[in-house]
Ligand binder design. Structure first.
Ligand code: ACO
Length: 437
């Protein structure tokens, strides 16, 4: 369990009545007043477990990294409101904040920055791994494979009990995820790999590695760099979402950081999670191509017989506006204006949003645009291909995954994650030889 430092509500108890029996269970209160019933002794004392489909009511850990109040649309990293960080900070500073728990001083910032630069080159032998993938391979598959393979190249770092090893491993992951992402993209286009430039800052270096040509450096525009950096910052952590919970679960077994993060990338890939940004753009394209003004699509997603959803809408935790969506929409308007671009898909998105927000189906279910609804428009304006959208999310989420891994590593109370189940299969039966079945 992670190290939330403050109040456990001393003495307050909840009572569960199970038939004739009753049991008192401690109440735990977080620093923002969130309340939980600690059921740690429930099975031992009563034989019951709890059942919570999709974990919607289950706290899997205590964590001091990110606070979300989904009802009020609040998101804070280490206590700092996302709006303030988006306005005043930048991605690498936020990464430091998430991993180390405080904003860096000048010296800490310089050291972190130096570590990122010193660790930006992939092991040269890794280049050959890219040759083995088909050029049509999805970059998320390439990303998770290469990250996992990194543990073969740095066996000396896999003893995480050494603080120095952890720092280097974390810096390598943060820095090299860009290099891997850029190589995956270049491979898909049949372009030569471009090495990182140590003089560039984090987000500009990624743009350089993706889009420069050996004979023509990419024209790095300030507003594009800023927009990409903001996308990373807004995705940097989001407490116990599917991929972060995956990272934490794998970490609880004692697996190394590369293995844990590779598992997180796989979880992120799904269209109901990080893959939603790609799905949103595909949906907007489809609506635009069909000539629909959005009305038919909205009717279709409301039909319970139809599995299609309005991608980029709804969130397990936010039952009010996703604060990241507000920030990203404003930035995407600014970016399109600065680049003098107009995007017909933006018009489709705006029409869909308007219709959905005034439709009782969405209003009653508290379905609002999430961060992915507008992030795709912004990435498209930057020139990032749709297949790379979820990779951009993974780059942004890297500090969050690392911070959660570290929280487990630093905790003396950590146990392996091992949920239970209610078995609903066949009762005991006996083997029948094949000719008698
Ligand atoms: N379009 C249409 N209906 C929806 C949508 C949607 N996007 N989202 C939820 N609903 C409906 C469900 O059909 C359900 O209706 P019902 O009560 O009539 O059965 C109700 O709203 C509740 O939906 P759940 O699936 O129970 O909500 P849950 O909290 O499990 O799912 C999720 C959240 C996965 C984000 C969901 O809203 C969704 O699939 N959205 C589209 C995909 C997406 O944008 N994902 C990105 C999430 S943010 C992120 O990962 C960065």
């Amino acid at each position: 369990m992670g190290g939330s430092n403050r109040p456990e509500s001393a003495g307050k108890m909840a009572k569960a009545v199970l038939g004739e029996e009753s049991i008192e269970l401690p109440i735990v209160v977080g620093t923002e007043g969130e309340r939980a019933i600690d059921i740690g002794q429930l099975r031992n004392r009563t034989g019951y477990i709890t059942l919570d489909d999709g974990y919607a009511n289950t706290g899997s850990c205590k964590s001091a990294i990110t606070f979300i109040d989904g009802e009020r649309g609040i998101l804070r990293y280490r206590g700092y409101p996302i709006e303030e960080l988006a306005e005043r900070s930048r991605f690498t500073e936020v990464a430091y904040l998430l991993i180390e728990g405080h904003l860096p001083t000048h010296e800490e910032e310089a050291r972190f920055s130096r570590l990122l630069t010193e660790n930006e080159l992939l092991h040269e032998d890794m280049r050959f791994h890219f040759e083995g993938f088909p050029s049509t391979g999805h970059p998320m598959a390439i990303l998770s494979s290469i990250i996992n393979a990194q543990s073969c190249f740095y066996p000396e770092l896999l003893l995480p009990d050494k603080q120095e090893n952890f720092e280097i491993m974390a810096a390598r992951l943060m820095s090299q995820v860009r290099t891997v992402a850029a190589y995956a993209y270049r491979k898909s286009r049949g372009l030569p790999f471009i090495y990182p430039n140590p003089d560039f800052k984090y987000s500009e270096n990624l743009l350089h590695m993706m889009f420069s040509l050996p004979y023509k450096p990419y024209d790095l525009k300030e507003e594009v760099i800023k927009a990409l950096d903001l996308i990373f910052l807004l995705h940097a952590d989001h407490e116990q979402n599917c991929s972060t919970s995956t990272v934490r679960m794998v970490a609880s077994s004692g697996a190394n950081l590369f293995a844990c993060v590779a598992a997180g990338v796989c979880a992120l890939w799904g269209p109901l999670h990080g893959g939603a940004n790609q799905a949103v753009l595909e949906m907007l394209n489809e609506i635009h191509r069909s000539g629909d003004d959005g009305s038919n699509f909205i009717e279709m997603v409301k039909d319970p017989a139809n599995k299609q959803r309005l991608m980029g809408f709804g969130h397990r935790v936010y039952k009010n506006f996703d604060p990241r969506a507000k920030i990203i929409k404003a930035q995407s308007d600014r970016l399109l204006a600065a680049l003098n671009l107009s995007d017909p898909l933006l018009d489709v998105a705006q029409r869909l949003e308007e219709k959905a927000l005034s439709d009782p189906y969405f209003v009653d279910r508290k379905l609002y645009p999430n961060v992915d609804f507008y992030s795709g428009i912004m990435m498209r304006a930057i020139g990032i291909p749709v297949a790379m959208f979820t990779v951009m999310f993974a780059i942004g989420r890297m500090p969050g995954w690392i911070a959660h891994y570290k929280e487990i590593l630093d905790s003396s109370k950590s146990r392996i994650d091992r949920p239970r189940q209610i078995y609903v299969g066949e009762r005991e039966r006996h083997y029948v030889p094949r000719d008698q079945r």
